[in-house]
Unconditional design. Structure first.
Length: 186
């Protein structure tokens, strides 16, 4: 048996869904790892939008993209993911969220339930049929558990004829293990 960490499973699901020429969003650019993955997958024919409210996160992400010669098809946006629909043109094949705070950054700047739920709602409207939304939720920071619970409540109530929702976690970890929510539009 191979058990993947939440973030690894999210990347696996996106890799199995998104392809060259696709369109994707990294809703929380952070240290740029998901943006880099998305840019590699969609290739030069595709488009990636990466959002973060912290200029520092976008600078880190830009550096990684430039180092791999992938910056030309990625749009870095210094705005909250709840404003995604103001910047994204067209439909999306994948959206990735990594909730919480910027690793190595200011732990007081965290994702919040209201903006996250709004961004997920926008993602549900923008995602193509067959597309995927992955949300890795961390609960070890102030407000993290509330955000996870509100998110789970929203996703549990999605119409099963329109969406298939997965909830994945390693349940025997004691130190606030991350959980993955994955939504595929049917």
């Amino acid at each position: 048996m191979v058990v993947l960490k939440a973030i690894e499973f999210a990347k696996h699901l996106v890799g199995a869904t998104l392809g060259p020429g696709g369109s994707a969003v990294d809703a929380t650019a952070g240290n740029g790892n998901d943006t880099l993955l998305l840019a590699r997958i969609v290739g030069r024919e595709g488009r990636v939008y990466a959002f973060d409210i912290q200029r520092e996160a976008l600078n880190i992400t830009r550096s990684k993209l430039v180092n791999e010669n992938l910056a030309d098809h990625v749009l870095l946006i210094n705005d909250g993911h709840e404003n995604m629909d103001k910047h994204v043109s067209g439909r999306l094949d994948a959206v990735m969220f990594n909730l919480g705070y910027l690793p190595g950054g200011n732990h007081n700047l965290v994702t919040r339930p209201a903006s996250t739920l709004k961004a997920v709602d926008i993602s549900l409207r923008l995602i193509n049929r067959g597309g995927i939304i992955t949300i890795v939720s961390y609960s070890g920071h102030p407000g993290g558990m509330e955000e996870r619970e509100q998110l789970a409540g929203m996703l549990e109530n999605l119409d099963q004829k329109q969406y298939q929702v997965l909830h994945y976690s390693i349940i025997n970890q004691k130190n606030h293990p991350p959980r993955l929510f994955a939504i595929q539009k049917l």
